[in-house]
Design a binder for this molecule. Sequence first.
Ligand code: PLP
Length: 382
Amino acid sequence: MIVNNSLDEIKKRENSFKIIRNIVENKGRDSLFDLTGLSGDFIASDNDLNLLETYVGPAIFEEQLQKEGINHMGGEKILPLNRTSSGILATILSLVNEGETVVHYLAKLPAHPSIPRSCEIVGGNYEEYDVFEKFYIPDNTSLVVITGSTMDHQVIDEDEFKEIINMAHEKNIPVLVDDASGARLRTVIFNQQKACDLGADIVITSTDKLMPGPRGGLMAGKEKYLDQIKVKANQFGLEAQPPSILAMVNGLKNFKQDNLLKSYERKHEFLELLKNNFDMFELTPTGVMVEAKKLALSVNDNDLSDNDVAFIFSMILLKDAGIITIPAVSMPGASPTIRFDLSTNDAFKLDLIDLNQIIIDAFEKLNNVVLDVDKSCEIVFN
Ligand SMILES: *Cc1c(COP(=O)(O)O)cnc(C)c1O
């Protein structure tokens, strides 16, 4: 094992940033291809930026965000947060006491780590299910969480979604929806309703996922809950700051469904190409992916963990071809699945035949590197 804990993951991320910096400085931004699907953007005019310097700006952007946010998410009120994880933490701090339970339903495990970690902070119990028939709500539950689309873009069935909201509301328990990517994936690709319109009380989305916004969390929902959560967010500094709020407004205004829909068509063509050499890839709603476990089964026998193999593959893709995938740059505990998201701006600059060849070459290198632990460490950490 070479990546063993959160500190190792942070070291790996620092190394990736060094590689990215080198590529930008020596070859230019055009030699990098961000296929994470959460590349986001920071759209701001000079006029916007001038306003930021005064006290007027925040007042204006927060007001605009109420309008754009409700348009995107539904609900009665909007609360901008530093990250989706911050919004999840603020919600659990507000609504869950020591000894109470949070139950979580998602299409497929694993859950985003911010949910169990937040429960741990308040001393709450945490239960999770990815089999609908087994899901149930214990007596001392104070919050039901539903993930609309998982880190690996597994999307919930809309009937199950509605049914779980009903089950929670029958017991007067509020429902938090982690719709980080789901607020766009579910609605645009799967034609599902907005989570607020399905009756969810609190919904949060990531403003850099599948839309041109900054990293941040956009919360929507019922005013009585959002007011309570806002108090906690402000007490602990979890709220979004004015520059992010400005970029959230512009990200929402510039969100177009077209890229998502186009990637939906292109991914089939790409999977067919990959199938000439590999059987480990699967479709996602907007691209293809390979799970760490399947990748590890496809390479030579070695002494590394499945996650290590995924990290090495991600680092090779970055170093050799400037392809950015999540495992190279992710926060500790994020999914090690390698996703090639075809809905990002950079993806449209890549020819699929070239991308296929890059993956073939990177895999060949991976297959050799995994036999050598020292070499593997070197690739991940320096
Ligand atoms: C990305 C993601 C999060 C966390 O978003 P951050 O901006 O990293 O806090 C939470 N839940 C799911 C399902 C996600 O995909």
